[in-house]
Ligand binder design. Structure first.
Ligand SMILES: Cc1ncc(COP(=O)(O)O)c(C=O)c1O
Length: 118
């Protein structure tokens, strides 16, 4: 984590590289787009690039912060979220919907089906 409470991409790369050399297969990275405590948004483009390099599923937890994308001044900060394989957004948070509601968006539903069938 850096001083803005964002994911340290270099540390992530080192961890994934070490996993690979140890014969492990990192299959999922979860970045956050708007942490609840401080609103930190991880460097999504860089994380996406790493996931692409390691053929790893890239999920974004935008449960709290995702809807702030609708604010013009905030859009830039979410660059890279479109590269995610899946993301979650909670209308009951940023949209102030008065009952619990979570939305999962998945880019390629075939991949989801494959991961839940055998
Ligand atoms: C960033 C983030 N992710 C996930 C959750 C879980 O959300 P819920 O269980 O309300 O859908 C929360 C809840 O506060 C959150 O802030």
């Amino acid at each position: 984590m850096n001083s803005y409470y964002q994911m340290d991409v270099e540390a992530l790369q080192n961890a994934m590289s070490k996993d690979n050399s140890d014969g492990l297969n990192p299959f999922l990275v979860i970045a956050t787009a708007g942490t609840t405590d401080v609103g930190a948004i991880d460097p999504l483009e860089q994380v996406a690039a790493l996931c692409h390099e390691y053929n790893t599923w890239f999920h974004v937890d935008a449960a709290y912060g995702g809807f702030f994308m609708l604010v013009d001044q905030m859009k830039e900060k979410f660059k890279g979220i479109e590269l995610s394989d899946s993301l979650v957004m909670d209308p009951h948070k940023g949209m102030f919907i008065p009952y619990g509601s979570g939305v999962v968006l998945i880019k390629n539903s075939e991949n989801l089906l494959k991961s839940y069938s055998h």
